[in-house]
Design a protein around this ligand. Sequence first.
Ligand SMILES: Nc1ncnc2c1ncn2[C@@H]1O[C@H](COP(=O)(O)OP(=O)(O)OP(=O)(O)O)[C@@H](O)[C@H]1O
Length: 248
Amino acid sequence: MAEMLELERVTAGYGEAIVLDRCTLSLAEGESLALLGRNGVGKSTLLATLMGQTRVREGTLRWGGKDLARIPRHRRAAAGLGWVPQEREIFASLTVEENLTVAAVPGKWDVQRVYTLFPRLRERRRNWGNELSGGEQQMLAIARALMLNPRLLLLDEPLEGLAPVIVEELCAALERMVRQEGQSLLLVEQQVAQALALTQRCVVLERGRVVHSARSRVQLEDLRALDRWVGVRLQEAGTPAALAKEEP
Ligand SMILES: Nc1ncnc2c1ncn2[C@@H]1O[C@H](COP(=O)(O)OP(=O)(O)OP(=O)(O)O)[C@@H](O)[C@H]1O
């Protein structure tokens, strides 16, 4: 597989502060990658860097073989990077369907396809954004990003703060999105077992640098090996449905 995204020894941060420190990773078209690590190691900063929101001091970022630095930050979404930040930022005074269609880009993902992925959004299509539960807001934020037909979807802790039953529903949708629809995904997530179950590969960041990488399926069978970097709480890891299934 040709690499779609390549970071080579990228050092970046905010103002004088350096957060990413010679960070190297790559992702191919159709691939799904979990970005793991403790709080504050730079996972969100890596996504922000892809979106042009940090100061890159050194290293190269290539997107589709081209220098990402040459794509201005307001053009990154149009260039195929679909970012769902932790804050979700859905439009409270638009309906669910208006949220989805307000900035849609024609392509494989359309309203019917995202409703098939998230049937709950179809049921709620006439509700205002501010009438949704946290889980529904997260589904809407992801669905809205898909409506831009991104080549790569960047999800920042989509499961954070959601009730277990909603986590399960959301994971089932993300699993279909990745496995059946072949959506490329870069997933930042603290819920390690779920993140591994949804992805093909994983990398661990520590102090802004990749310190470990593995096949997700292999790693899932040895969660304890991640403990030194991530502090996996095995008893909380759960047993997502996807664990029992074949690797994509
Ligand atoms: N907008 C910002 N301006 C200045 N510093 C920031 C900004 N965003 C993050 N930082 C700092 O960058 C460092 C890395 O934060 P980042 O959010 O990337 O970590 P993370 O691995 O995503 O952790 P978390 O799970 O807590 O979000 C932290 O020290 C944080 O305080």
